[in-house]
Design a protein around this ligand. Structure first.
Ligand code: SF4
Length: 395
């Protein structure tokens, strides 16, 4: 791939190798005036990952776009906040997917797949991948059409559309980025980037405040408020929810950090499930129009007849999110801090198992991508790719 393509897909092994062989050191890139543009774009990547989606910045040279990625990762590592790391990994993966969707050169898509050990070939207007790669990639997809039994298997291969292929890659990218963060970053790097670190922290705190909490961690359906349990059961039972009920359920699930796809998967068990329509509605509530919605308060739920099954805990709270947070806390205390044990992984914790071996040197910077030694890869058994190891221009 040339530098233009690498700047589009900076998480690839080849992109890290390209940056690694540059004459400038990581120290230069972090401090020198000459690299002000990549640092500024890195800041945008991270801020946008908090506030919505990462957008294109077409007027910048390719090398600026490419270098902005490792700097953004350093920035995220300096802050070292789990909520930010999740959001950033997801936003980068979605950004990559948007670019892959526009890719006319299917050879490039195959190259990206190969970087994730996906054995694919081009057929008609789509792709054919080995069923083992399909199962590995679709493990986190709950919509019925992702089930292998609903696919035609020919000599061990499954045909998928371009959209499905890039969606599988999106999950692989998200897991790779999440598992490789935070990097072990020297304090001096964070000090050099202090202006951006402060700005991102402020934006992060604001975002958490707007969400009314500090992130919910792993999803615990057992701690859902009665109203949400009822709405979810209804949706999954094929009941056609009123708009206010669908909005309450979807916005609640988005606010506890389920992705659009995970929510669609939850709705996907409904017999009258229509993916296209559901996706449109969920994406709208998720901020497709630029507004990210908070779920309705209990008083609004009561007004619209969506407060069902009130229990004792409901007397102490005024918002379904407060109920969930409180119930999770109680469960944690009751189980001695181990509330999550025994629970199945949440849909957003579903993984894209990987064949990628753990790198022996995933402990340190100067590097693009080493995993922190104390990072627990909660999402996946995918280890950071070897290409995720070397940010540093190696000087
Ligand atoms: S009081 Fe609030 S949290 Fe409880 S069931 Fe009603 S809307 Fe849900």
């Amino acid at each position: 791939m040339d530098v233009a393509k690498l700047s589009y897909y900076p998480f690839l092994t080849q992109a890290a190798a390209y940056v690694g062989q540059m004459d400038s050191s990581i120290d230069d890139i972090i401090r020198s005036k000459a690299y002000g543009m990549p640092r500024s774009r890195a800041r945008s990547r991270v801020i946008q990952s908090i506030t919505g989606v990462i957008g294109e910045d077409d007027n910048k040279p390719d090398i600026v776009e490419l270098l902005s990625y490792p700097i953004a990762r350093i920035l995220v590592s300096c802050i070292d906040d789990d909520f930010l790391t999740r959001r950033y990994a997801l936003a980068e993966a979605k950004f990559a997917n948007a670019r892959m969707q526009k890719e006319d050169d299917y050879g490039t898509l195959l190259e990206i797949g190969a970087d994730f050990n996906i054995n694919a070939s081009i057929v008609d207007k789509g792709f054919q991948i080995h069923f083992t790669d399909y199962i590995r990639g679709a493990a986190g997809m709950r919509a019925i059409n992702w089930k292998l039994v609903n696919r035609r298997l020919r000599s061990g291969y499954v045909n998928i559309t371009k959209e499905e292929y890039t969606r599988l890659l999106q999950e692989g990218i998200r897991v790779r980025i999440f598992n490789s963060l935070p990097l072990v970053v020297p304090e001096s790097f964070c000090l050099a980037l202090e202006e951006y670190v402060v700005e991102v922290r402020t934006c992060l705190e604001q975002s958490k405040k707007e969400l009314g909490e500090e992130g919910f961690g792993e999803m615990e359906p057992g701690s859902f408020p009665p109203c949400i349990k009822h709405l979810l059961a209804s949706a999954q039972g094929g009941v056609n929810l009123a708009h206010s009920a669908r909005f309450a359920l979807t916005s609640f699930l988005l606010n506890i950090e389920l992705s659009v796809d995970q929510i669609i998967q939850l709705f996907g068990v409904s017999p009258d499930f229509k993916e296209e329509m559901t996706r449109y509605q969920v994406e709208h509530i998720a901020g497709g129009t630029g507004t990210i919605y908070k779920p309705p308060s209990c008083s609004t739920m009561i007004t619209y007849g969506n407060c069902t099954g009130k229990d004792i805990l409901c007397r102490e709270i005024g918002h379904p999110l407060s109920y969930y947070r409180k119930k999770k806390t109680i469960a944690t205390i009751e189980t001695g801090g181990k509330a999550d044990e025994g629970h199945p992984a949440s849909p957003n914790e579903q993984t894209l198992p990987s064949n990628e071996p753990a790198s022996p040197n995933e402990q340190t910077l100067p590097s693009n991508e080493p995993a922190s030694p104390d990072k627990q890869p909660v999402h996946s058994d995918e280890s950071p790719s070897p290409n995720e190891q070397t940010v540093s221009p190696g000087k």
